[in-house]
Design a protein around this ligand. Sequence first.
Ligand code: SF4
Length: 208
Amino acid sequence: MDRDITLIFHNQGLRSFIEVDLCPECPREDDKGCCGYYSPVFYPTDLAYIMLTKPGLIDDIFRRPHLTILDASVTVNSFIDVDDDGYRCQFHSRQGGCQLPLKLRESVCRHFVCPGIAWWEEVSLQSWKEFFDRLTDYEIATNNELAGTLKERGLTLREPGLRPLFFETLVPLYLDRIRNLPEFITRHPAQEKVVLRRRLVFGKDWRL
Ligand code: SF4
């Protein structure tokens, strides 16, 4: 079955994301799609953004079970899905999918589009492919630099008692970074909507 799929690319700097209208009707037909195979990892740029926009979510994240907490990141490990084989992300609900607003998700969740759609193979979309490739590298470098600065100041997420000072120190560092974004971000279009026609296959035949 062929289907027109609408994608909207959003350049929002370090919170950029890709909207796909197929996700609510994921051809995997398992009510979870890619969210059954991934555990989100929140890095300094995510944590700072969440602290600025929805600080209560930080508390929610650290109250959750099955966390892997490192010096400057926290992984919210998925649950074993009792309803079928595999896992399910803790933020995922069968009713409505991801419970996190798009811009509060970490970058894998904001950028991921399944290979069945493979928008990056479109000649007309190569500028967005280059944008997201460079953004991924820039985000990794920024997170490493922020993590390095926090470590130099003796701050770590591993120590619950140090977390308030960790965030107090992180937020102004992050704000300084987003005031000076590189040109590949500031000069790239803010948004583009495209429609791609794809042949759908279902269940496990639809690759993730
Ligand atoms: S955070 Fe949301 S988008 Fe990311 S894996 Fe979990 S449910 Fe899916």
